[in-house]
Design a protein around this ligand. Structure first.
Ligand SMILES: [Zn+2]
Ligand SMILES: [Zn+2]
Length: 268
């Protein structure tokens, strides 16, 4: 069994358990579609909102399970805790201080021991050959930092996100879903790209993209209107819908503050 196996196995088991409430498949799709319709009522990218909400739930579950389940501690250690997005979310989760202290103490002990061993070896090394093998060990350690497994919560959410995108494409002909999408703020760029990536072969991709382009067009028009009203010659012209277009275009590119797409997150 490779080092990555237990990690994938554990998060997949948890993911299946979360999904086990949805069966058979059609019920699962219907529930995901209802989630979409609800999230599309909120301003901003619906998938970013769902990512935030679901992640919060995963963080709570992982914090509880990882403390009591020793196998999960290995998972946690391999991933070096959570990513930037989810670690800060965890700190804001009520009663998380104790769990975070236990889990990160374990991660820190492991990394500290590794660094201490490398430092001790460097002090004891005189011979050229030993120095070379020490340099290789250091390189290996640096590589392990760069190639660590994904954050357990990101892993779960990315799986769930794939299901949501799947349902958006599959159920596009459900009028309620298409209407809710048309009346929403559309997707951010990160999720537009993931939609394209995932739906390359899907018959509904072009229609969904046309609806997304209508959102981009509207935002572009509102930005121009905002800039037009900034013109001092117009005096104090009252702002309408375009008042926060400057903020919405930033969100379109970087996602919501402290959410998916924030510092440390991978791209599409
Ligand atoms: Zn988004
Ligand atoms: Zn994460």
């Amino acid at each position: 069994m490779t080092a990555a196996r237990p990690f994938v196995y554990l998060v997949e088991t948890m993911f299946q358990r979360i999904l086990s409430a949805f069966s058979p498949d059609t019920t699962a799709n219907k529930l995901l579609r209802l989630d979409w319709i609800e999230a599309l009522q909120t301003p901003g990218c619906a998938l970013c909102h769902m990512g935030q909400r679901k992640s919060q739930r995963y963080v709570e579950t992982l914090l509880n399970e990882a403390v009591t389940d020793v196998d999960q501690r290995d998972t946690w250690r391999e991933a070096r805790g959570l990513c930037h997005w989810h670690a800060w979310m965890a700190t804001e989760t009520p009663h998380s201080a104790g769990s975070l202290a236990i889990l990160y103490a374990d991660v820190l002990r492991h990394d500290f021991e590794h660094l201490a061993a490398l430092t001790a070896a460097a002090l004891a090394t005189r011979r050229w050959r030993s120095q070379r093998s020490l340099a290789q060990r250091q390189q290996g350690w640096l590589r392990a930092w760069r190639q660590q497994p994904p954050c357990p919560v990101c892993y779960l959410w990315r799986e769930q996100e794939r299901l949501y995108l799947h349902v958006l494409l599959d159920d596009w002909q459900e009028p309620e879903l298409a209407h809710a999408f048309a009346a929403s703020s559309g997707l951010c760029w990160l999720h537009t790209l993931r939609l394209i990536e995932q739906g390359k072969q899907h018959t509904h991709l072009q229609t969904v993209l046309a609806a997304q382009q209508a959102h981009l067009q509207r935002l572009q028009d509102e930005l121009h209107e905002f800039l037009r009203k900034l013109d001092y010659r117009l005096g104090r012209h009252p702002y309408g819908r375009e008042a926060d277009a400057w903020r919405r275009v930033v969100t379109l590119y970087v996602g919501m503050r402290g959410g998916q797409g924030s510092e440390g997150q991978d791209g599409p």
